[in-house]
Write a protein that binds this ligand. Structure first.
Ligand code: ACO
Length: 695
């Protein structure tokens, strides 16, 4: 249980016990009219079996559903822990004020017509009242709240939800209703369901952190459309699996989500980065999210080795493919497999993993094979497959598997995929009710095991230690001087100097005002690149201001004159300060950048450099601040990571790339954008060859 009031996790976090474990509930807007939402919520609370006191509040009616009503919350002569409010928007603030005065701990405001409809002022008023009294406010614009351990269903959704280990948090109320119905149909047990709507107060972070301490919750599944405060979300601590279903992957989708919730549409790739950084698993579809949630309630999966038991070769091959695709490997131990499984199959069965018991295998054979397998430590998860035949009974097979699983103390993850008709569906439902995730498709089973393995990897991964140091004073001085001069970008040599001061390795370089100075300074730098220095020229190549691979003085002189001529023709008004001479660096071209996301603030980008960064868009992000461990993971997130590790050629130097990704974070808040492209990385190290810094 979380301590009440302010917690170590931040002063704005409120105690949610009043929401989930109330001793009494007031239902404001409890109408006798069954067509009204307030009536249906009251009915759900009462018929759902809530054991505490229930007080309907209605200004007109005497009694509703056989319960005496009260004209207002203030008129209830007993303490109230939780109030559900379903009255017109204009009356909500006054009602919340009464709740605050009465000492109500939490309110759920069902009513729509606040920020989502442009009525932002009124929503701020609700939040201010909640804060003044230390009340937790869920909503407004919500379906309500379910908490199975308290037998509390304060929603106008379906009534007959089964209890289980998944807590569901949804920004959309309508989807939450759909999901409740689906959960009932699919035999998915829920410990909690919270529709958070406009998130005026209680949000995803509050709930995830509350469920960290709730023994009834094994997995939290979040449906998200957008965030109000990405930086606060990045502080979320998770100690149990969180499956994130974030919609708005496409630009149009993101715009639709933004207009639905009133939240800003941040880049989807940045959301992806945020979830990875926090250790949340991102699902693509509801089906995937549900499947994963089921599997994540299983015992831990410490490795990726899988054993498959099947009655059909074809489905076994399909499952093998899906496992390999999901990064799971089949146990390969021919002697042990032969010794263990030969006794439970006919001579024409196969003891090569997948273990093929063949089409005639009935419940007894499945049970025997399962029993021998489940006690072994040779693999990390067991996948049971079944193809429906007329001579076997899928339900009996499911019952046998479940019985043996219980008898063995549920000691390792087990999932099943059963392919067939109505009889197989029944067996799947049975297994799901018994806590053995069962699916109609082998791909779903493999993907769920992958999620479970991923969670183990996340929960045992090395902790990152963000470095929060600031840019050195000299770097700040250079930036401020450029600002004073009214410039919007640093000159190249300034950018290089600022990066170097922050700890980004740069190749040896010099700045020269004219050809004579260039000749003098170039002597120590050949082979070199020469680049025009002008405040008016940001895209130097387009202006003819870049010459590479200059090997000696005569080439330097020749290219210098040619460059001055072309630049003055292409950008006649440019004020030429001189040229930058930069020693040519070898290695794989990478790119790194720092920019600002509307929801998460400063973010760092990494990808392959040169033209590839634009053509392939193979880039990944992290939210600032992060440390060396997370920088390593960022590099590992790009699809072309094999190229960095020397795929058919030279390899990049990861430690110095990590150093660059950590160092550029020092410029967050000081400048608008940093773009280092290319970085040249080889066994000799990584060097920022070209960089732009926008103020
Ligand atoms: N104190 C006590 N009782 C009151 C008060 C008050 N201040 N104000 C109203 N009441 C009573 C009313 O008299 C009425 O009872 P009655 O039927 O006996 O007369 C009852 O409370 C309800 O009030 P109504 O004025 O009839 O309001 P109604 O039920 O029609 O609508 C509601 C209220 C449901 C909150 C509506 O304003 C609303 O916001 N609807 C949308 C809700 C919604 O969709 N939320 C998002 C869910 S998620 C999703 O998208 C599915």
């Amino acid at each position: 249980m979380m301590p009440s009031g302010k917690t170590a996790e931040g002063p704005r976090r409120k105690n949610l016990d009043g929401l989930f474990k109330p001793r009494s509930v007031a239902m404001v807007g409890a109408s006798a009219d069954p067509h009204k939402i307030g009536h249906q919520i009251l009915r759900n609370i009462v018929e759902g079996g809530f054991a505490g006191e229930v007080y309907p509040v209605n200004a007109c009616a005497e009694a509703v559903l056989g319960l005496k009503t009260f004209p207002s919350v203030a008129a209830i002569p007993h303490p109230v822990d939780f109030a559900v409010i379903s009255i017109p928007a204009t009356a909500v603030a006054a009602c919340m004020e009464e709740c605050g005065q009465k000492g109500v701990q939490a309110v759920a405001v069902i009513t729509s017509g606040f920020a989502e409809a442009g009525n932002i002022e009124e929503e701020h008023k609700l939040k201010a009242i909640a804060d003044r009294y230390g009340m937790a406010l869920v909503g407004p614009n919500i379906l309500g709240v379910v908490y199975s351990p308290s037998r509390l269903n304060a929603t106008f959704g379906p009534r007959d939800m089964a209890s289980g280990g998944t807590a569901f948090v949804s920004q959309s109320g309508a989807l939450a209703i759909g999901l409740m119905g689906w959960a009932v149909m699919e035999k998915m047990g829920m410990s909690a369901l919270v529709s958070i709507g406009n998130k005026a107060d209680v949000d995803e972070r509050d709930l995830i952190e509350y469920f960290n301490h709730d023994e009834h919750v094994k997995v939290t599944l979040v449906y998200m459309e957008g965030l109000k405060n990405g930086r606060d979300f990045m502080q979320t601590r998770i100690s149990k699996p969180v499956v994130m279903l974030k919609v708005g992957r496409t630009q149009r989708g993101a715009r639709a989500a933004a207009s639905h919730t009133g939240s800003l549409a941040g880049s989807d790739q940045v959301f992806d980065a945020a979830f990875r950084q926090l250790g949340m698993l991102r699902a693509d579809t509801f089906r995937e999210a549900f499947n994963w949630a089921r599997a994540l309630a299983l015992p831990p999966m410490p490795g990726r080795k899988v054993l498959i038991i099947t009655n059909g070769g074809g489905i076994g091959v399909r499952a093998t493919d899906e496992c390999e695709k999901a990064g799971l490997h089949l146990l390969d131990d021919p002697e042990w497999l032969e010794e263990t499984f030969r006794p439970v199959m006919p001579s024409y069965g196969s003891t090569k993993n997948p273990i093929d018991l063949t089409g005639g295998a009935a419940a007894d054979k499945y049970s025997q094979a399962f029993k021998s397998a489940v006690i072994s430590d040779k693999f990390d998860a067991l996948l049971v497959l079944y193809c429906e035949t007329v001579i076997t009974d899928p339900l009996a097979i499911a019952q046998g598997v479940s019985r043996e699983y219980e008898a063995a103390g549920r000691r390792k993850p087990v999932v099943a995929a059963m392919v067939g008709g109505e009889r197989s569906r029944q067996a799947i439902h049975f297994l799901n009710q018994q806590g053995v995730p069962a699916f109609t498709s082998v791909a779903d089973a493999a993907s769920s095991l992958n999620a479970l393995a991923q969670w183990h990897e996340i929960s045992s991964r090395e902790k990152d230690d963000p470095e929060c140091s600031q840019a050195p004073r000299e770097a700040v001085r250079i930036v401020e001087q450029a600002r004073k001069e009214g410039r919007s970008a640093l000159l190249e040599h300034e950018a290089r100097q600022v990066l170097e001061l922050c700890g980004v390795p740069v190749p040896p370089a010099a700045f020269a005002r004219d050809l004579d100075e260039a000749k003098l300074k170039a002597a120590a730098l050949y082979p070199l690149a020469m680049k025009i220095a002008s405040p008016q020229i940001i895209h130097k190549s387009d202006a003819g201001g870049v010459a590479v691979n200059i090997r000696d003085e005569s080439e330097l002189a020749e290219k210098y004159s040619a460059m001055m001529k072309t630049v003055s023709e292409r950008v006649p008004d440019a004020q030429i300060e001189g040229v930058n001479l930069v020693q040519m660096a070898e290695g794989i071209e990478c790119a790194a950048g720092l920019s600002s996301d509307p929801q998460f603030g400063p973010v760092v980008m990494f990808g392959l450099g040169g033209v590839l960064v634009e053509a392939l868009k193979d880039v990944a992000f992290r939210i600032v601040p992060f440390g060396r461990v997370e920088a390593e993971r960022l590099i590992g997130d790009i699809k072309a990571r094999n190229i960095l590790d020397g795929f058919r050629g030279a390899r990049a130097d990861r430690p110095s790339l990590v150093q660059i990704l950590c160092a550029i974070q020092k410029l967050a808040g000081l400048v608008k954008e940093v773009d280092i492209n290319p970085i040249r990385s080889s066994e000799k190290g990584s060097f920022a060859v070209d960089a732009r810094i926008i103020l």
